[in-house]
Ligand binder design. Structure first.
Ligand SMILES: *[C@@H]1O[C@H](CO)[C@@H](O)[C@H](O)[C@H]1NC(C)=O
Ligand SMILES: *[C@@H]1O[C@H](CO)[C@@H](O)[C@H](O)[C@H]1NC(C)=O
Ligand SMILES: *[C@@H]1O[C@H](CO)[C@@H](O)[C@H](O)[C@H]1NC(C)=O
Ligand SMILES: *[C@@H]1O[C@H](CO)[C@@H](O)[C@H](O)[C@H]1NC(C)=O
Length: 207
């Protein structure tokens, strides 16, 4: 076998890992729409001290794909089957400062992610906009996830995107005190927020 011993292969409705059945969640067709991602652990604070010096805003959160996603066919597996991309979680911490030097700060970044097995996951996030006009405060964040996996001599690949709107009173709470210190988080009981991914680019197992 060409694939590493931690590559998951779906066979006859069961997942096999080095010959061992490991999952009750096979990504059998239909695969689309994709299952939701989960957004949690959100916290935004001002002022913070960080890479841009004092008076930065910082924002942290986790974005996770908890589901197995088909990567492509496993042509030499007995009875056929599919190689799958495994679940992945990224933890993001970004800082920005609204001044003439960094008017929008660092609003786009690659977040360190956890990966399983042979699946390589790359998560990027972009802060699309922050509207801060009381009583309306909202933050739009977009995510992209690239999955790559080399198995059976093929380079399996998928690029997916999703986005979330955090809005005070809806899923986000917080505000600023008289001293200008601000803090926001998710309203208790709302996490994880579900983020619907859409497939943007794909090689193998695309529909
Ligand atoms: C940080 O913000 C406070 C309050 O607005 C201000 O007094 C202080 O000068 C700022 N510090 C810097 C280094 O910008
Ligand atoms: C994948 O899911 C399993 C079971 O829920 C969990 O234990 C593991 O931490 C997850 N891995 C990643 C990379 O998120
Ligand atoms: C940046 O600061 C300026 C001046 O205080 C303000 O008018 C503008 O709305 C701020 N922009 C953002 C994105 O917060
Ligand atoms: C993440 O951003 C980097 C740098 O802009 C880019 O090269 C890469 O393709 C992006 N990946 C995803 C998954 O969006």
């Amino acid at each position: 076998m060409k694939f590493g011993n931690r590559t998951l292969v779906l066979l006859s409705g069961l997942l096999c890992q080095a010959g061992t059945v490991v999952s009750k969640d096979p990504p059998l067709p239909p695969w689309y729409p994709l299952k939701p991602w989960e957004f949690s652990g959100f916290r935004a604070q001002y002022p913070r001290y960080g890479p841009y010096g004092p008076n930065e805003t910082s924002m942290e959160f986790a974005i996770s794909n908890p589901s197995l996603i088909p990567a492509g066919p496993a042509p030499h597996a007995s009875g056929g089957g599919y190689v799958v991309f495994e679940n992945s979680t990224a933890t993001c911490l970004i800082h920005w400062k609204n001044d003439t030097m960094t008017p929008h700060g660092n609003t786009k970044t690659t977040c360190p992610g956890t990966e399983s097995g042979a699946t390589h996951a790359e998560w990027n996030i972009t802060i699309q906009q922050i509207i801060d006009i009381p009583p309306t405060n909202y933050i739009d964040i977009s995510f992209s996830l690239a999955y790559r996996l080399h198995a059976y001599g093929s380079d399996f690949y998928k690029l997916m995107t999703g986005n979330v709107r955090l809005q005070t009173g809806d899923n986000m709470e917080g505000g600023c005190d008289d001293a200008g210190r601000c803090s926001y988080g998710l309203i208790d009981g709302t996490a994880p927020l579900l983020v619907q991914p859409t497939l943007q680019e794909c090689k193998y197992a695309c529909g």
